[in-house]
Design a binder for this molecule. Structure first.
Ligand code: DGJ
Length: 731
């Protein structure tokens, strides 16, 4: 462990390091934890680059007998800052003490270093499979007047450029109740400099587009107050050097392992230092901490790269793929599916679906997913959520009868559910009108005609777990698509007293995580796919329960280029799904070729979402060829390294195997031009010394040629064209 985490008792400095990164902080005056460095590995820190002392106007000092005027919390980079004393920047936590004051200052009390990585109770987190994969430093700090304690967790992995951080607050048993009004997962202070901040804003059907901004003076927040991760702002940001790009420059990623309200806040201070605080959004949040109680924050994953965004993404991809996703499907290839949503919407019955299953079988597709509308009497979106029993008009012989048909065709059977929701027209609502989130005396706001179940309540969760278990216990369901089609409003739980209503949103998340843990553990053979009106809940926390998630309700190939490009910044392609749908596209009206739709969808977990019975003979051949091709390249797509090469009017990305013996290149050209420039695409991540053969043309290229000289893209008189190249190393 000492090779990963060292404490120098003389200099009072902690140094977490591996071959790739170092994270250094010190116990400063008065026991305050001062941040010193996060970045490229330094073999040994000799203790000389301490934070300089400088007497600055209007900068308060520690309240000690002989204050040191050059030492101020106003400017000191720190590990955990508070509100109420002389640090006027954004705090990492805010505590309302029993006397009503918002005052606290945590100072060093003790520390310990443990092998591996402790689990976070009730929360998703990155994990280890053996204790020597990582070491964890736990620094206990205390607010001396109130004796409130916090354990700061820092895990460093042996072979990953990652630091995992979280905080656990603890109120001693003999102390009065205090209220947490903010409890961030991480604070990361940066030395004075010129930074850019990258974020992933979006909208329903337009998720996660890369935004890059100058970090200017003041405070900028990237947040969700929607009770969930949201389409509107993902819970990841990166700070970068001004000139950082896909392959060059310093990049610091900050990713929350959480699926609820979040805030990632960036502040540039008066002397050009930058502070990032990330965690549960403090808006609307309070948490009463009685004597003897603890509060564990979600985890944040910090990644550093000095080689630009692709290297950061690859670190996240490997970590999420190998040590966040769990279960049987973590290391298993995901089936190619056909989903009936865009094929039929609510208008189906067993007789209408059977030909789609037959067609899927002929084309080599491996799973049929029955989407929304199979339960209650749901012929549109106004009804039946909460009643997870089959609609006997659509399936007169029961759901198992249809699932048996699917299985007999050699396909797996998947099913859509939306367990967090309730329709007013449902037996569940009629029996339990208090189950939904609604403020007494106020009418709750409908959204898509539906309401949210109060999953902070154990009895509500038990009802839903019972209904889903009744379905899953029958043993014919191979896959579940867990959807969520509205955001949380009207926040109030009948299970909590007035003073604790600020806990409802986080308790909802803890309840949801408990439900997911229960079901995914009880049904380990089921493949679970997350969904929230498309990609409204793609985050690292959800990946802990759901190995894959639906990326967007926008299935238009050209829209998907930007959406998948942004999504890949953090999430590995085997955690997000993409389907070929009809042209013109249902969402955008745009027409694209089957080849373009196929290449975009094949760049992730692949499937179809159209009426396969309506394909022409030529299209059937093309689809069968795509399905067969994907089966060949699936290991490379789902478990290889992914590299973004270009975006704009030309997109290019590639996959390369760990041994660099195989690579796939996908290129896309959007709008054509009467007098087009010749476009060269340069690959990356290959072995320059290896010879690679294009498996279609048998042309041989050196790895160095493909990376340095690149390939001319063929010209075509058409918009939205694509090429797929498959290279294999020879000899
Ligand atoms: C939103 C999902 O993203 C769609 O794929 C589909 O399942 C609908 N919900 C069904 O209501």
């Amino acid at each position: 462990m000492a090779d990963l985490i060292a404490f120098d008792a003389k200099t009072q400095v902690f140094h977490l390091h591996n071959q790739q990164i170092s994270y250094i902080f010190a116990i400063e005056d008065g026991g305050v934890l001062g941040h010193l460095y996060f970045g490229q590995a330094v073999a040994g820190y000799h203790g000389e680059r301490r934070y300089p002392r400088k007497d600055r106007g209007f900068a308060g000092n520690l309240p000690v007998a002989e204050p040191e005027r050059g030492f101020s919390l106003d400017t000191l980079p720190q590990e955990i800052s508070s509100r109420g004393e002389a640090d006027f920047r954004i705090p990492a936590f805010v505590i309302r003490q029993a006397d009503g004051a918002q005052a606290s200052r945590f100072v060093y009390a003790s520390h310990r270093i443990v092998p591996g990585k402790p689990k976070l109770p009730g929360l998703p987190a990155a994990y280890v499979e053996s204790p020597d994969e990582a070491a964890t430093l736990i620094v206990t700090v205390v607010d001396q007047p109130s004796r409130l304690q916090a354990d700061l967790y820092y895990t460093i992995y042996r072979d990953r450029a990652v630091i995992a951080r979280s905080v656990c607050f603890r109120n001693p048993a003999d102390q009065p109740v205090v209220t947490l009004e903010q409890a961030a997962s991480v604070q990361l202070d940066f030395p004075a400099g010129d930074y850019r901040v990258l974020s992933l804003p979006g909208a329903h059907a337009n998720e996660r587009h890369l935004q890059k901004e100058v970090v200017g003076y003041g405070i900028k927040q990237f947040a969700s107050t929607r009770g969930t991760t949201s389409h509107q702002m993902n819970n990841f940001i990166a700070l970068t050097a001004p000139d950082a790009d896909e392959f060059h420059g310093d990049v610091y990623g900050i990713d929350l392992v959480y699926s609820g309200n979040h805030a990632l806040t960036v502040e540039k201070d008066q002397i050009d230092q930058v502070r990032v605080v990330a965690g549960i959004n403090p808006a609307g949040f309070t948490w009463e901490l009685a004597g003897g109680a603890e509060f564990q924050t979600p985890e944040a994953l910090l990644v550093y790269s000095h080689q630009g965004l692709n290297a950061m993404s690859q670190t996240y991809h490997r970590l999420i793929r190998e040590r966040v996703v769990r279960g049987r499907y973590r290391d298993q290839e995901r089936p190619i599916l056909v989903n009936n949503w865009e094929a039929t919407y609510f208008d189906f019955n067993e007789a209408k679906l059977r030909p789609i299953v037959d067609a899927a079988k002929k084309l080599g597709i491996e799973m049929f997913v029955l989407d929304d509308g199979w339960f209650g009497h749901r012929d549109d979106d106004t009804t039946s959520l909460g009643d997870w029993v089959v609609d006997s008009h659509k399936f007169p012989l029961g759901l198992k009868h249809f699932a048996d048909y699917v299985h007999n065709q050699g396909l797996k059977f998947g099913l859509w559910v939306e367990p967090e929701m309730i329709s007013k027209d449902s037996d569940l609502y009629r029996a339990h009108p208090d189950y939904l989130l609604a403020v007494p005396g106020r009418a709750p706001s409908p959204s898509r005609f539906q309401y949210v179940l109060d999953l902070s309540r154990e009895d509500v969760r038990a009802n839903i777990a019972g209904q889903l278990s009744d379905l899953l216990d029958q043993g014919y369901i191979d896959y579940i698509k867990w959807d969520m089609n509205r955001h949380l409003s009207d926040i109030y739980s009948h299970a909590l007293p007035a003073a604790r209503q600020g806990e409802v949103l986080h308790r909802y998340m803890l309840g949801l995580y408990a439900l997911l843990e229960e079901l995914t553990t009880k049904y380990p053979d089921v493949l679970w796919e997350g969904c929230s009106g498309g990609g409204g809940r793609i985050d690292t926390g959800f990946a802990y329960y759901m190995p894959q998630s639906w990326t967007s309700d926008n299935t238009d190939a050209i829209s998907r280029l930007g959406i998948q490009y942004g999504t890949s910044l953090v999430y590995p392609p085997n955690t997000f799904t993409a389907h070929v749908s009809v042209s013109p596209n249902e969402q955008t009206g745009r027409s694209t070729s089957l080849a373009t739709r196929g290449n975009v969808a094949m760049s992730a977990v692949f499937g179809y979402e159209l009426d396969l019975t309506k394909l022409t003979k030529t299209e059937q051949k093309q689809v069968a060829a795509q399905v067969a091709a994907y089966k060949q390249i699936r290991p490379l797509i789902q478990f290889g390294h992914f590299l973004r090469l270009e975006s704009g009017n030309d997109y290019a990305w590639m996959f390369v195997s760990a041994d660099q013996n195989e690579a796939l290149l996908f290129t896309f050209h959007l709008l054509n031009n009467g007098q087009p420039a010749f476009h060269i695409v340069k690959m990356a991540g290959l072995d320059p010394a290896k010879q690679y053969e294009d498996t279609a043309t048998h042309t041989v290229y050196g790895g160095d040629e493909l990376m340095h000289m690149g390939l001319y893209q063929p010209l075509q008189r058409q918009d939205f064209t694509t090429h797929q190249y498959h290279f294999k190393a020879i000899n």
